[in-house]
Design a protein. Structure first.
Length: 172
């Protein structure tokens, strides 16, 4: 469905522009991202929140109509775009979890393993405060560190299975 692919890519473009505008403002203003937890704190945050809400609502409609929009339906970039919209649907954790299950159940080749890994970590962090693949990171004293891991000893093996680089390389 070329029109659905185009729509997903357009939505991701708006998502990324809004995120970059907010990140650039944070960098230029010296604001701490941790203190921007209220939509009313800044118009850029409010705009991003509105875009995330619209994208979540539309992705829910798409999934109801066609199921998970995988590679055979919307192309590899379209399927990746759908994942990114779901990854950013943080205000709808139950929907993220449902979408993750749909991605995991998709036939081989329909979704990228890296996308499943990132969303698995996003959902897992909300549910248990720990992640599997180490994709969720934070800065501590100017250095990137993974959020808590379920099994730190297995993380590089799991990352390799998902097509992700070793943890040390990712943190660089």
């Amino acid at each position: 469905k070329p029109e659905l692919r185009t729509e997903l890519l357009d939505r991701v473009e708006k998502d990324q522009k809004a995120r970059m505008a907010l990140l650039n403002w944070i960098k230029e203003s010296g604001q701490s991202p941790d203190k921007l937890d209220k939509e009313s704190d800044h118009p850029r945050l409010e705009a991003l929140s509105r875009i995330d809400h619209e994208n979540t609502k539309r992705l829910q409609e798409i999934i109801e109509q066609v199921g998970w929009p995988g590679k055979s339906l919307v192309g590899e970039d379209g399927a990746h775009a759908a994942w990114l919209l779901l990854q950013h649907a943080d205000r709808a954790p139950a929907f993220q979890k449902t979408g993750l299950e749909l991605m995991k159940a998709a036939p081989a080749g329909e979704v990228m393993l890296q996308d499943v890994a990132y969303l698995t970590d996003r959902v897992s962090m909300k549910e248990s405060g720990k992640q599997v693949y180490g994709t969720q990171v934070r800065q501590v004293d100017g250095k990137w560190q993974p959020q808590p891991l379920v099994d730190p000893d297995a993380v590089d093996k799991l990352r390799a299975e998902a097509g992700l680089p070793p943890m040390a390389q990712y943190l660089e």
